[in-house]
Design a protein around this ligand. Sequence first.
Ligand SMILES: [Zn+2]
Length: 186
Amino acid sequence: MRYKTHIVSSLTLGAGLSIILSYPFHIAYVIGISFGSLLPDIDEPKSFIGRRSFGIANYVKNRYGHRGVTHSIFAWILVSLISFIYLSPLTVGISLGYFFHLLGDFFSVRSIPVLAPFNTDYAKPPFAYKTGSLTEDILLYIFTFLLFYFVFILGQLHIYLVQSTAELIVSTVHILFELLHIINSL
Ligand SMILES: [Zn+2]
């Protein structure tokens, strides 16, 4: 799955969960899901996140290979445990996004080694799409449509999203002013 499909499909599933569980569709949750949905590909220097990883991707790929241990259920548990040290919409989003990435790759032809590093066999999903194929394009269109439907129509999630974004901007500006004040009084 390409990075756009990962982000959009993860946001769609995240929006669906938000509606079902009445979990607030906070801007930090959206950012967390987007980041988490790219994170497992930190094992590939040519991936979207790998190209921006300051060499970390090279290290991970050399050591573990692409679609190795970062694409396992144990990596997801580890990322979630680290995230939940500070429980927030951001960290819940990261954990969910990571999980949705694994789900997306699970259903690709190559699939993922679900139980790595203990069992490095790749799963055999009941049906699979080919990465970069027309099927993936169609999936991207369907997820994009569903995302808009969930956010703007079914869940009206955009209202809280806009509100939380405004709050984030206001508090960031506030912190910047506080910092300026401190610097000026030195
Ligand atoms: Zn992947």
